[in-house]
Write a protein that binds this ligand. Sequence first.
Ligand code: NAD
Ligand code: MG
Length: 399
Amino acid sequence: MQPQQVTVLGATGSIGSSTLDVISQHPQRYQVFALTAHSRISELQALCVRFQPRFAVVAEAAKAQRLQADLQVAGVATRVLVGPQGLCEVAAHPDVDTVMAAIVGAAGLESVMAAVTAGKKILLANKEALVMSGALFMSAVREHKAQLLPIDSEHNAIFQCLPCNYAEGLEPVGVRRILLTASGGPFRNSSYQTLEQVTPEQACAHPNWSMGQKISVDSATMMNKGLELIEACWLFAARPDQVEVVVHPQSVIHSLVDYVDGSVLAQLGNPDMRTPIAHAMAWPERIDSGVAPLDLCALARMDFVAPDLERFACLRLAIEAAKLGGTAPIALNAANEVAVAAFLQNRLRFTQIPQLIEKVLSLSRVSTVNDLAGVFEIDREARQQAQAWLNKQSISVGV
Ligand code: NAD
Ligand code: MG
């Protein structure tokens, strides 16, 4: 069997490194074709030395030149490409079989769409891409016969619990609803007064998962669960009212599917992204991921509670955007990206994140878009509105 050629978009991130960990355990099955990074160039260089990919991609020409020269000195034959065009090239290259889409945020949309249009096997971690362009994305998957496998642990769990013929909706296959589990993040039990004082360091310290900064803040606000609800609707042809969020602090049940006969199927495992990554990479086969077996007796108990949509207004806003549909999720996502970046720079309080998003959503007129240019236009407008709101506040965060 020829090894699968894998492009890892966002190789220096948390998902990127878990992916490379799984790949390195199965060198006869997978070969790294291309690796991409935005800022951590020395890390990318070390990965190129280790995995010897055909291509590497970085954001800027000057950095690309330096990396190319350093790799040459190290005797590595990797060719270094630049910018969004380079990302699209390694995502759609005819010699690539599988693309791990693990760039964070809107920045990852164009390259994953290039992979979809080229009919690749897509391992989708970048949920923002689907939130922004769901209808276009799913129809491109069908049109170009791409294979779409969810990496988000909840969606990977749901995929494992659903029958294979769910593409026309959940009702025809006897599914009543999807139960999307949420850890509740680090502030699950914090009062609103405490939330007002939260620092970026506290928000990024997730109790169960080790992840990039943006998704860590999203988990702390529960926007992550809102984005995931929208993601689930697109992936599984579900309506927003067919997806119910349940807070489960131990993060051992990764999600559940509730059937009309009363059967509820769940997927369990230790909270380690190498499990969904290995599942999606090998599907429909199974391979070792390196994750320790689940010890139920050590776990001893599992808790469940309904989410608090008042303290976690981001989740409420995302549910509203999901129900509005059309361009509303694009505006939600853009406003959230601006808000999270501002929070990480101490320009916005934690509790102001939903305030900013609500403002932008109230300004946006819901319509539909027919192409990626339309998606980026709405994204740009929403970012401008978010920036204008930010600039108007003379915020002294005081941390
Ligand atoms: P991260 O911040 O650790 O890594 C992000 C990667 O994207 C890095 O390699 C970075 O170089 C690259 N990147 C950032 N900005 C870029 C830009 N403008 N252009 C090109 N590349 C850019 O993030 P992560 O935690 O690995 O998350 C990646 C994606 O996977 C996110 O969409 C996240 O929601 C999703 N996801 C992550 C986890 C997790 O456990 N980390 C779980 C589920 C889903
Ligand atoms: Mg998730």
